[in-house]
Design a protein around this ligand. Structure first.
Ligand SMILES: *[C@@H]1O[C@H](CO)[C@@H](O)[C@H](O)[C@H]1NC(C)=O
Ligand SMILES: *[C@@H]1O[C@H](CO)[C@@H](O)[C@H](O)[C@H]1NC(C)=O
Ligand SMILES: *[C@@H]1O[C@H](CO)[C@@H](O)[C@H](O)[C@H]1NC(C)=O
Length: 291
């Protein structure tokens, strides 16, 4: 016969006087509150010192044509009054100093606003080169209550593009080719349109790394229809540059035909007059000659 054994766990019951529990809770609560308060103050000082005092605003991406000048915006906003002027730095991603310029950038950069107290820390970069296509960080160093804080913006990625070439190929006049050199890295899209319709598109694929500081986007289409063809370069849905090609079969001849008939008619008038004059003179002479 199986034997059923039941085991009962009996929790020990301890009787504690009520006022003692209350006292204990109060002590625990006061310890926790004090700790939390000190932590909060500490955090607040940290946050106000390093984060919420100054915010550095930079646009994430900027495009510019090769050889042109570009303004890289950087604006500061702050909660409190800045006690001392901020010291400004601009560096690129290789940590090469752009402002004050190191030799790579010497003579090509300038601040838009030279006032040290200005919140406008925008930088002008002149005659952009292919090698300038990289990320730029706007940094400030602020002294507040004898403490020095150094902060950086999120950076602006500068993307360079060259002229968009759009013309028939040299080996076959009925093939239309669109070509442009752009900074490496994803984002650029080249498209050909005909009367508003997208015919073909190509983009800068990520991981398509070449030894050159730029990649070439190229598209070729067959010139089937007449009218306006447009080649557009976009970056993240935004139109950056374009070029237009009109495919019209010698429009001048059809629209304005040469008035050859008029030329001939005009030429005929003096010839006719001359001929009749000559004839008249000959006839007169003959008449005179006749006895
Ligand atoms: C910088 O980037 C961080 C993280 O992506 C973001 O939370 C912050 O708002 C950015 N700062 C500015 C000024 O845009
Ligand atoms: C401030 O910065 C912007 C670019 O963000 C620039 O266009 C403008 O001219 C600057 N203002 C001054 C006073 O330099
Ligand atoms: C030009 O290209 C088109 C399309 O590829 C082809 O049909 C045509 O024969 C080519 N013309 C010449 C002259 O090569």
């Amino acid at each position: 016969m199986p034997v059923c054994v039941c085991i009962h766990w009996v929790a020990p019951i301890i009787f504690v006087p009520c006022h003692l529990v209350r006292d204990m809770l109060e002590i625990i609560l006061s310890i926790v509150t004090e700790w939390a308060l000190s932590q909060w103050i500490f955090l607040h000082v940290m946050v106000s010192g390093t984060c919420s005092l100054v915010t550095i605003h930079q646009p994430p991406v900027l495009t510019t044509a090769l050889g042109h000048d570009v303004v890289m915006p950087c604006h500061l906003t702050h909660d409190e009054k800045m006690l001392t002027p901020s010291v400004l730095y601009w560096t690129d991603t290789n940590n090469v100093r752009v402002w004050r310029p190191s030799e790579n950038y010497e003579g090509r950069v300038d601040l838009l606003d030279h006032d040290v107290l200005s919140l406008n820390k925008s930088l002008l970069l002149r005659k952009v080169k292919w090698t300038d296509g990289r990320k730029y960080l706007c940094k400030v160093s602020i002294t507040l209550q004898d403490k020095r804080f150094r902060m950086s913006g999120n950076g602006t990625l500068l993307m360079v593009y060259d002229t968009v070439n759009f013309k028939p190929t040299s080996h076959n006049q009925s093939l239309l080719c669109c070509e442009v050199n752009v900074t490496q890295g994803p984002g650029f899209v080249l498209s050909i349109f005909h009367i508003g319709y997208n015919l073909q598109t190509v983009d800068t694929a990520p991981g398509n790394v070449s030894a050159l500081p730029y990649v070439t986007l190229s598209q070729t289409i067959y010139l089937r229809n007449k009218g306006k063809y447009e080649c557009q370069l976009h970056l993240n849905e935004e139109l950056v540059a374009k070029n237009i090609y009109y495919h019209l079969p010698e429009p001048d001849v059809e629209v304005f035909p040469e008035p050859w008939f008029l030329y001939v008619a005009l030429l005929l008038v003096p010839v006719t007059i001359l001929l009749s004059l000559v004839t008249a003179m000959l006839m007169y002479r003959c008449c005179v000659c006749l006895p």
